[in-house]
Design a binder for this molecule. Structure first.
Ligand SMILES: Cc1ncc(COP(=O)(O)O)c(C=O)c1O
Length: 332
């Protein structure tokens, strides 16, 4: 299917700004930095996960779905965006929650305010297959009651959603052109690999001037697994979009030195990055994702890896609700 043939709904406020960050550059003595503000996508509290929902929910609406059944962590930016998108489209949401603190702060607070039907479980990630069976039988029951459920398993969106990040490259290239600028690098946080996969396909398709650089946020998978995941997702997406590119793990630029200890843990360097960006540009990063790629970029600048005439795009992927969940770590 061609990119322009994909169904799409308008859920976000696009394009998000591509902003100069002169104070960070001045403070670090670095290259020109442009921040792509996807913390301002306009759905819920923003973030990179708003974009794929424009495509995924278009399919759902076409099918006449009226209720979303999904599952996830208590502090998932993805789940928060799913609920917000569904509610904006007039759909109900039943959400199965993996074991967590149960504290109504950060994303869990937002799930509640968005009006999702929250079902707390004692399950962990390893129990997801059993949870999926539970979701499937609930969906079957809902169908018997005449409802049209859309089941969204945790962290699972394929080429249709990833296409949104291919389009993101076109958006950035257009903004660069309007500003009369070019850029050599784009730094971002790469977890499931969906964003990076779409950016790689988009960079090749739209002949973007910049290299896409991913930074690992957590140790859920090894570096080898991640670069393989990104390359496979990028190849599958380009095939789906009739582009027929293929990507190898060696082509995926990826830093793994900035990840937190556990699945979701802030890091010392990440917290420093949050404070530096807030105190220079008045912009907030989050403690679990965006702060880690910024920490990597800051180290690269301090290590003198860029030429003064270089321009680096920092892709701010959002995640702001978690700032409030980690208030203690951030003020310790
Ligand atoms: C705020 C934020 N940034 C970055 C990422 C990583 O994006 P991806 O999973 O597409 O690699 C996530 C994933 O949940 C996220 O919530």
């Amino acid at each position: 299917m061609k990119l322009e043939e994909l169904g799409r709904l308008k859920l976000c406020t696009l394009p998000t700004p591509l902003m100069e960050a002169p104070q960070i550059s001045a403070k670090l003595g670095g290259p020109r930095i442009l921040i792509k503000r996807d913390d301002l996508t306009g759905l819920a509290m923003g973030g990179n996960k708003s974009r794929p929902l424009e495509f995924l929910m278009a399919e759902s609406k076409k099918n006449g779905d009226d209720i979303v059944v999904t599952a996830g962590y208590q502090q998932s930016n993805w789940v928060c965006n799913i609920i917000a998108a569904a509610r904006k489209l007039g759909m109900d949401v039943i959400l199965f929650l993996l074991k967590g603190s149960g504290r109504f702060q950060g994303n869990l607070l937002l799930y509640k305010l968005l009006g999702a039907d929250l079902r707390f479980t004692d399950m962990e990630v390893r129990d997801l297959p059993a949870l999926y069976k539970q979701m499937d039988s609930l969906a079957a029951e809902l169908r018997r009651q005449g409802r049209r459920p859309h089941v969204i398993y945790y962290e699972s969106f394929g080429p249709v959603g990833i296409a949104s990040y291919v389009m993101l490259v076109s958006e950035i290239c257009q903004q660069l052109q309007e500003k009369g600028l070019t850029a050599q690098y784009l730094f971002h946080t790469s977890g499931s690999g969906c964003t990076q996969a779409g950016l790689l396909v988009g960079a090749r398709y739209f002949k973007a001037p910049f290299e896409v650089v991913g930074v690992m946020p957590n140790h859920r998978y090894t570096r080898e697994q991640r670069v393989r995941m990104v390359a496979d997702l990028a190849s599958a997406t380009s095939q789906f979009l009739d582009m027929n590119f293929s990507f190898s793990p060696e082509e995926v630029k990826y830093y793994d030195e900035y990840a937190g200890e556990s699945y979701s843990a802030p890091t010392k360097k990440g917290i420093e990055a949050i404070k530096l960006v807030a105190s220079t540009e008045g912009i907030f990063l989050d403690p679990i994702y965006s702060s880690k790629s910024m920490a990597c970029l800051i180290d690269q600048i301090r290590d003198g890896r860029f030429k003064p005439q270089d321009t680096v795009i920092y892709y701010h992927s959002g995640g702001l609700p978690q700032l409030f969940f980690y208030n203690e770590e951030l003020t310790a």
